[in-house]
Design a protein around this ligand. Sequence first.
Ligand SMILES: [Zn+2]
Ligand SMILES: [Zn+2]
Length: 205
Amino acid sequence: MRARLITKFNSIKEWKNYGLNTHSLYLKNQHFKKWINKKEIYIFLHFKVKYGNDNSVKKTINLKEEVNSNELLKMIIEKRKENHKENADIFVFNKPIKSTNTLIEDGEALTYVSEGVMIFTFDKLKEYSRNFLRRRAKHEALHLLGINFHHEDTEVKGYKDDSHCNMQYSAPVKRLCRKCKDALVSFWKGIEYATKQQFVKNTMH
Ligand SMILES: [Zn+2]
Ligand SMILES: [Zn+2]
């Protein structure tokens, strides 16, 4: 179970400002600055997980029934230091993932935005529809790109009631609602303002 806390905003302007201002927290993290500048995302599938020049990540995770997310994250950060490389990484496992206070399994994922790390897990005995995978992938990619909340967690006056959104917990549809899209755009505008660099193509503005 996840704890649910709804944050309320009184206007679209207030909401966009909130998005605009969340960058400071991320930009303080050295990993974040590096991976967004590298603009590369690597994807590792569970059965041939390799990282850098050796397979130490693979060895460690194969010894256990569960993947420990904290250990994995530590390992990834260490490897990046060794390799002098900071891109974003997506890992796909067929084992449950144990994080600090929850077990993630069966199509769920864990995303560390600052560190640029996403860990997916799937049940190896289950077949997933292409549609489901697309919805989940988009949902998690949007977390990785800065949406640090879920659709249901915020209420903003000014947007029409729109419950068909990819950023709902269960990622029921592929489309992203206006509210969540505005948050994403505002977030990157904030990053661009703070770093004096362009990250978003003009078409998004
Ligand atoms: Zn989510
Ligand atoms: Zn939404």
